[in-house]
Design a protein around this ligand. Structure first.
Ligand SMILES: [Zn+2]
Length: 119
């Protein structure tokens, strides 16, 4: 057994794990939507950020969903799979309200007539 080599591979593994962990900066989470893909790496520390993808532009619901980002971050933790059991009832309510607001803001149709299709 090669002790130094073993140690090196353990350090490599640790570095990889650390590289995939979101940082703890205030800038460590952001939203993405079609046409808007923020930098997955934190500009402050180089750490990985949690990018929460939305199906549509949040429009008027952007402020409430941004306020809920710390809750989303807490729920998703480090393995990119939501664990809602880590949230308090109040956090769950706030997250649910924010996501519903996004849904309402993005499914609301201003006009039933489709935009001019110039073919
Ligand atoms: Zn950071």
């Amino acid at each position: 057994m090669n002790g130094a080599r073993n140690l090196n591979s353990r350090i490599n593994r640790l570095e990889q794990t650390l590289g995939t962990l979101p940082c703890n900066c205030p800038d460590s989470a952001d939203l993405a939507w079609p046409g808007h893909q923020p930098n997955p790496h934190c500009a402050s520390c180089g750490g990985k950020r949690l990018i929460y993808p939305l199906a549509n532009h949040p429009r008027s619901a952007e402020p409430p969903i941004r306020q809920a980002l710390p809750i989303i971050e807490k729920a998703f933790g480090t393995d990119q799979r939501a664990d809602l059991s880590t949230l308090t009832n109040q956090e769950l309510r706030q997250l649910k309200t924010a996501l519903q607001t996004v849904e309402q803001a993005t499914t609301y149709k201003r006009t039933p007539i489709a935009d001019g299709d110039s073919r």
